[in-house]
Design a protein around this ligand. Sequence first.
Ligand code: SF4
Ligand code: SF4
Length: 233
Amino acid sequence: MSGAPDPDPSPPLVEGRSCGACGVCCLVLTVREPDLQKLPGHRCPHSREHDGCAVYATRPRICRGYYCGWRTMKWVRPTLRPDISHVLVNPVYGLPQPDMAPRDAVGFILLSPAALDAEGLAESVAAAVAADVPTFITTPGPPGFAGPEIQLNELLAMAVWTRDKAALLRALRRYHDECQSGPFVPSEIEGALQDLRDTARLAGQDLPPDGDRRGRCDLHPGVIPQEPAPAKS
Ligand code: SF4
Ligand code: SF4
């Protein structure tokens, strides 16, 4: 979700890091907003290849508030800019916990096998686990689908405790491969669509019929491209 510097960024950003030509979040993440809906793995139609957001000044609310972990978390190593490292560190705020207050968490989305060789991956994962932040690994599914998530805290506790980087990387490779074998779950935009339908109904507007909306949006035809997004280099 790159572009010119935001005059009032939220949350606070790490000094010296900028999105540049990245735009990975505009491809990988789901957007469920009244004015924009897109599924994971489909590039946002406003995303200009290597040139930020075409509607930066009026981008949806969720885009205004979103910055990846590389932009917001100092302990994420500087080498992990997502388009270069193939690692998208995704902050999750207020993760529901059984019988506990919601906690912030972090997901390491490994965009390709090359992510496993990214300098600073092991150190960044270890920092999150050592700080007892709920830490997850996942890989993207096919366009429109979410991959499984594996929580790493207990699984990596010994490797982090003994500072065994080789063991930690071996484990990450294993969990990466597990994530890649699925199962993949179709991402839903139904909640956002229902909100739009309620709004339209109140406004007395006609609504499009229900149907299979995977990969498209009835209310914003063309917003979600049908073809897979171009592969990242
Ligand atoms: S993934 Fe991070 S660095 Fe890349 S465009 Fe989004 S916020 Fe910027
Ligand atoms: S509207 Fe702009 S910031 Fe939001 S996903 Fe699309 S390209 Fe990215």
